[in-house]
Structure formats: C-alpha cells, structure tokens
Design a protein. Structure first.
Length: 546
C-alpha cells in the first residue's frame, strides 16, 4: 500500500528528497560492502532491565537473522501489507524484528513502551493488526503477559511472539524458533513495485485526546534521517549511541535512520542514570549520542571523545540556555510524530530560531531539497496559530477512516489541502520565527497537552481541582508532577490517589512522579494554570511534595 499519490512521490524524487531504496536495502547495502563490520551491540546492562543475554552482531550475522525471521513471517501466513505490532525496548532482538518485518513487506507499528494493555488493545484493533511482537519484560513490567491477554481479547490477532527468555505460554519465542529452524526458512523474492513509496510503519501521535496512526513510507523515514545528517560531519562508519526506544520520530527518525544511512555501529542503551549513559558513550567512543536537551551540557562536560550530541529539546520541558560546548551539538526540534527540524548550534552556544516556510538547514542554507515546509495561520477561535506541515518527511493519514472530516476536529491531526498535515501542535512562536515545537512547560512526551490530564486528576473524589506540570530531571529531562487542591473537608491521601489512577488504566507516562498539595492553583491573567510557578514551588515546599 503506497503512502502518497504517485504524483507527489514523483515530485519528491525529482527534487532529490526521495530515492529508490527501501530501509532494508540500506541495511543490505552495508552488509554487502562491509559484512564483518559490527552492526548492533546490546547495552552492557541489558540483563538488568529486560530478558535475554546481551549480544553483538556483525552486518553479515544480522542480515542472516533478518532473512530467517522475514522468511518465518511469510511462512506462517503473514502477507505483504499485513500489520504487525512491536512493543520492546532497545535490544539487538528488537532491531532485528523491526527490519525483518520490513524485509517481508509487512507494515510495522512500534508501540510506546509506556502504553498499557488497554492502549495496545485499542491501537491494534483499530488498524486490524495480524501479529504482535512483545518483549518478555521491561524493568519490572511483564510486557509479554499483557501481550498474551491482548491476544485473548483481539480476534483478528493471529500471531503473538515474544522476545527474551521469560515468555509465557501462548506466545512463540522468536529466538528459540530461529535457532531450531536454522537456514531452512527461505524468503520468496518481493515483486513489489516502487517499494520505497509503500507504507513501512504506523506511528502514533498523542498530542490530542486520542491516539491516531500516522503512515510513513520508507522514503518518509529516509527524509527524516537526511535532515539530521546534513547538519553534522560524521566519520565513515560512525559509532552511534541511542537511548530512545524505536517507537516514534525520535527513536526511529533520529536514532535508527542515521545508523542505517551511515552504515555505522548502533550501540543500544536503556536510560537509567546519567553516569551510565556517559560511561557507555566513553567506552564505545560514540560519535553521535541522542540525548534530551537538558542533558547536553552535563554530557558535554563528561565526555572526552569528540562526539556530536543530538539534543531533542521538546522531549523535555526546560527552555535551553546558552552553553558553549566542547563538542559539536545539533539541536533537534520534534513536532510530536509529524516532523522534525535539525540545526547545528552556533559557536555562541545559543540555539538558533528558525522561520516558518521551507526548511533547508542551519544558517539559512538553501542547498539540497527542502524536506519540510511549515505554514502558520491564525486559528478561527483566536487561540494562537494553526500549524500545517508539508514535505518529504511528513506522514499521511491514509490508514485512518474519514481523515479531514469534521469528526476529526478533536484529533491530533487531519489532512490539509495540498497534501499537507494540519496539526494541533502549539508552536513556540514570537511572531517572526520559531524556537521549537510545543510551548515549554505545557507539553510532555507521550501525553501531549498537559491540560488533557488535568481533568482526570481533578475527577478523584477528594480533589477539587488539579494540574499536571513538569519539573526538570537530570536523567529523564523532565518528570511529571501533579498539583492538587483538596475538596472541602477532604484530605487526599497520596497512596490512595496513585492506586486510583492505576485502576483508571492511564498511560504510565501520565502517572505523576510526585504530588504537590496546595490551597489553590496559581493562575495567569488569562485564568490558565501557571505551570511555571508550580515548577518553582517544588523547590520551596519540599515537605508538601508527597
């Protein structure tokens, strides 16, 4: 199934933004040119947060496993354009499963790790998924057990696979299966025409009240990776360290694609502490580290190898300040799952603003194709600007029904005239240029607009009103807190509140790290909650933070 019209695809190819290579062909190109080069390396502490022993594979070894698994997918009846879900952390096994699905011409939908069983069930049901690959566990969460329960409730889900060693009954353990099958699993050659234009993934946006699948072709992902690489000068076959799971534009577009496009070595990391990340980067002499913006200054001081640090500012809340770096820094601005802008930071140490319109790169450079075009228009309700994205990296909505209809008004995105994507992402805009996407302090990763969960917190019986807000954290970039005002005559209990939230089955990302009890919520002149003041109060009222 093609992601865009043939006319639009031809336009992107004439501009040089799209090519004739699939993601899998990128990998095979390196495997043929440098079969003995190290391709994938598990984190040294893998056994602490997921099942299975740490592994490392050369391109030749990884290619063999990808071929085996792709052949297995086809042998059991998964056909081209069937959808297969994936919920697993950063491991060699996860990357192999992702690339094998693409080699078998499947559409893969990587699901956020913080999604619970009900979120996974709703998503896979809405897209008619035929298969699901899940890790045995992520830290203390038994993900494979939840996957088994999803399969019991979803009739269309024919196959459920497990990665790791703690696989419950009812799931097919992929590692053991591949060992037994050996080289007997053969993948029939694909006869697909214009394969790079076909849908490769369905990613999920949560900027609004509901999740929504966005369709991306191989070429869409290529464009995302190119936008980043044109801003940095990496050596041949670089060492890349990626701590983000491969479930969205940050992990895939900024992590997986630069690895595939450069043919380097991908070192997988699961973030547990800043020290571990820095130690890991030093041990592998990483040339590229993907990290939240607030960590870049600390990492820059901790590293001794001439790395490039890629900072995803809108993954965390604090606005970046000046930092004259010892290493090169590329600022990465991500608009939910819709688009990204990468800019090499100038010597001043202050991230540059960028104007709307066609994005060519830093310092106003206009060489090469514009991979993204940003349009800002006033909203009809007078509440700021409406943002529309167009260009070679912008996904489509062809998988959803009725895209662009009035019924979609409350969804995170809808089709816009001229092959664009109109979104409710709130730009950080001063009337002339953009600082990034999302108002700092008002959005959170995996949640979107914080006002979307205020009502949930407020619906707890002992709470009159509540607000979610973000506090800077040296490991995660930002943590979610809740400020609550007790109902008259009530004394809310923090443990009971957390237990109640758990019974509501909310996303793990929406669970507050701490709860701040106040007599009233600080507000702006407009009546909106002043979340900046809430953040500051956590430093002054530690005794009130539960």
């Amino acid at each position: 199934m093609k992601a865009v019209s043939d006319t639009l695809a031809d336009t992107f190819k004439r501009q040089g933004a799209w090519s004739d290579l699939t993601i899998d062909q990128l990998f095979k190109r390196t495997a043929e040119a440098a079969p003995d080069r190290l391709a994938l390396v598990d984190a040294p502490d893998r056994a602490e947060w997921t099942g299975g022993k740490g592994r490392q594979l050369t391109y030749a070894q990884a290619d063999r496993e990808i071929e085996q698994l792709a052949g297995f997918f086809r042998a059991i009846g998964l056909a081209a354009d069937h959808v297969i879900g994936l919920q697993a952390p950063n491991t060699v096994d996860t990357v192999i499963a992702f690339l094998a699905a693409l080699r078998a011409d499947l559409v893969i939908t990587p699901l956020p790790l913080h999604w619970r069983q009900k979120n996974v069930l709703a998503a896979l049901n809405s897209i008619g998924a035929k298969g699901f690959v899940a890790a045995d566990r992520v830290e203390t969460r038994m993900v494979a057990n939840a996957a088994r329960d999803v399969a019991a409730d979803l009739f269309s889900l024919r196959f459920v696979f497990g990665l790791g060693h703690e696989i419950p009954d009812g799931l097919i353990e992929l590692g053991a299966m591949l060992e037994e099958a050996g080289d007997d699993l053969l993948l029939p050659p694909s006869d697909r025409q214009a394969a790079p234009d076909h849908i490769a993934t369905l990613s999920w946006t949560r900027s609004g009240a509901e999740s929504q699948p966005l369709t991306r072709s191989h070429n869409h992902w290529m464009a995302s990776g190119q936008a980043i690489l044109r801003e940095m000068d990496l050596p041949e076959a670089p060492q890349l360290l990626v701590p983000y799971s491969f479930s969205g534009l940050t992990g895939l577009g900024a992590g997986l694609m630069p690895w595939l496009l450069t043919g380097g070595t991908l070192h997988l990391h699961h973030p547990t502490s800043l020290k571990r990340m820095a130690d890991h980067a030093r041990a592998v002499q990483a040339n590229l580290i993907l990290a939240p913006g607030p960590l870049t200054a600390t990492l820059d001081r901790a590293l001794i190898h001439p790395n490039t640090i890629l900072a995803a500012w809108n993954v965390a809340s604090p606005r970046p300040g000046a930092h004259v770096a010892r290493h090169g820094i590329v600022d990465l601005h991500i608009a939910d799952e819709f688009a990204l802008v990468a800019q090499k930071r100038p010597e001043s140490g202050i991230p540059e603003r960028f104007p709307p319109g066609k994005q060519y790169g830093s310092a106003g450079r206009e060489s090469g194709p514009a991979l993204l075009d940003i349009e800002l228009t006033d909203r009809e309700d007078g509440l700021g600007e409406r943002m529309t994205f167009r260009g070679a990296m912008v996904p489509g909505l062809t998988w959803s029904q009725g895209a662009g209809s009035e019924a979609d008004a409350g969804l995170p995105a809808r089709a816009a005239p001229g092959d664009g994507l109109e979104t409710i992402v709130k730009p950080d805009w001063d009337g002339k240029s953009l600082h990034g996407f999302g108002i700092p302090g008002q959005t959170a990763p995996g949640i979107g607009d914080l006002t979307a969960i205020d009502a949930l917190y407020s619906s707890y019986p002992d709470i009159a009103e509540a607000a979610a807000f973000l506090v800077e954290d040296e490991v995660l970039g930002a943590r979610l807190y809740a400020a609550v005002v007790p109902a008259p005559g009530r004394i809310p209990d923090a443990k009971a509140f957390f237990a109640w939230l758990d019974t509501q089955g909310i996303d793990l990302a929406a669970l507050p790290h701490r709860v701040l009890v106040l007599q009233s919520l600080p507000r702006l002149g407009t009546g909106a909650v002043d979340r900046t003041r809430l953040t500051l109060r956590t430093q002054r009222l530690p005794a009130k933070v539960a």
